[in-house]
Design a protein around this ligand. Structure first.
Ligand code: ADP
Ligand code: MG
Length: 394
């Protein structure tokens, strides 16, 4: 019997496009000897969808124009019996359109539409099982303000801060600057829905705040300004499972070279090709076991509160003086799927992908087990006749 086809979807219109390519190459390699047949689905920087063998090798991504000229454009569609397929589009007279039945999709995007629930929504429309968080969990995970509000109401500690739209900034600038002043000696400005430290800046006075805010509005229409934690210790861990039943990895302490863990720290080092795993980190984190345990428990709680699913990385900020910790953000598709954290629990990258797929298919079956449509046709003659204001032929 042939292996079920798993579509590994990556790239996308996102500042983290390249990082997603790295993650996807790791996934494709990990699934090589698995019980699935992994098929790449690459979304270009301009949003076109491609598939093909050429997409399996990282070397081919050096020239993206050549890559997309050689790969096959493709779309999701359904066969007449309703089964979802990945269909290649005919590009020349000699090429033939191909239809590959889809068993499941494994989104390996970072940031933007691939991680914020939009792509997950496409999978929902085609009723395809997909790994990771659903539409809502992904959308909440991408919005730092909403994620924090939900966590705060669940009793999870978050850093004090404010958030505002660009319109409000224009209308109430002085009032906002006053609120920022009240946050303390230093504050941190961040876009609400971005990642990779883009637009993130620590500010120490009103002038710096204004400049950082103006810059950050180039990236996002909503910003948040938080009290800056100093001295700061960052601690992350990963959670695997469903909102109801999940487990947590060891903690890691990522280390930045600059004041903030910047985009350059994370991805532009010499060893960038290895993805997130190459950034400097201490695993397990060198913190007190009780603190690690509290953070791990809280991570599980955040995962459930946000209705995340599959796998996520939860990032915390710890005040190095008091050991007070705060939930900072959830990454619903973390770089390299945080495989390096699960290695500590003797779970290989391959095992991790297989588990994600099995959770996805299980959740999908549960969802499909519920009534989703009704046999009665409300547009039947009798029903339509009774409606006012409709033109119907007699
Ligand atoms: N409240 C804070 N106090 C001090 N440093 C912070 C605070 N919030 C974020 N940072 C620093 O900024 C970095 C990026 O912020 P983060 O909220 O993680 O956004 P991103 O989604 O861009 O990663 C963090 O890794 C941390 O180094
Ligand atoms: Mg972060």
């Amino acid at each position: 019997m042939s292996k079920p086809n798993v579509i590994v979807a990556f790239g996308g219109v996102s500042p983290e496009h390249e990082v997603s390519v790295l993650t996807a190459m790791q996934v494709l390699a990990a699934l090589e000897d698995s019980s699935y047949r992994a098929i790449p689905l690459y979304i270009s920087k301009s949003g076109q969808w491609y598939t093909g063998e050429i997409l399996r090798d990282l070397k081919n991504y050096k020239d993206l124009n050549k890559l997309t000229a050689t790969a096959s454009p493709c779309v999701f569609t359904r066969l007449s019996d309703g089964r979802p397929v990945l269909k290649t589009l005919v590009s020349g007279i000699f090429s033939r359109s191909e239809e590959v039945p889809i068993y499941a999709v494994l989104p390996a995007f970072h940031g933007s539409a691939g991680e914020n629930g939009s792509f997950q929504g496409i999978c929902e429309v085609y009723n395809i099982p997909y790994t990771g968080s659903g539409v809502m969990g992904s959308a909440i995970g991408m919005n730092k303000v909403i994620a924090k509000q939900l966590c705060k109401s669940a009793g999870i500690p978050v850093v004090n801060g404010i958030s505002f739209s660009e319109n409000r900034w224009v209308d109430e600038r002085d009032q906002i600057l006053g609120q920022i002043k009240e946050l303390g000696e230093s504050a941190i400005v961040k876009p609400v829905s971005l990642g990779s430290s883009i637009g993130v800046e620590i500010v120490k006075n009103t002038e710096e705040a204004e400049t950082a805010i103006e810059t950050a509005f180039r990236y996002d229409s909503h910003l948040m300004v938080e009290q800056a934690i100093t001295p700061l210790v960052e601690i992350n861990c990963s959670v695997l499972g469903t909102p109801e039943k999940n487990r947590v990895s060891v903690c890691e302490r990522p280390m930045g070279r600059e004041e903030l863990l910047s985009f350059a720290d994370k991805y532009q080092q010499d060893e960038g090709a290895k993805g997130m795993a190459s950034a400097d980190r201490v695993i397990p984190a060198d913190i007190a076991p009780e603190l690690a345990e509290s953070i791990q428990d809280t991570a599980k709680k955040v995962f459930s509160t946000i209705q995340a699913s599959g796998l996520a990385r939860l990032d915390f900020l710890v005040d190095g003086e008091t050991n007070q910790f705060y939930f900072n953000e959830i990454n619903t598709i973390p770089g390299s799927f945080s495989f390096y954290l699960w290695k500590e629990s003797n779970i290989s990258f391959n095992n991790l992908m297989e588990e994600l797929l099995s959770i996805a298919v299980d959740q999908h079956q549960k969802k499909n087990g519920r009534v989703q449509s009704y046999e009665t046709n409300l547009l039947s003659q009798k029903a339509v006749k009774g409606m006012k204001g409709l033109k119907t032929s007699k």
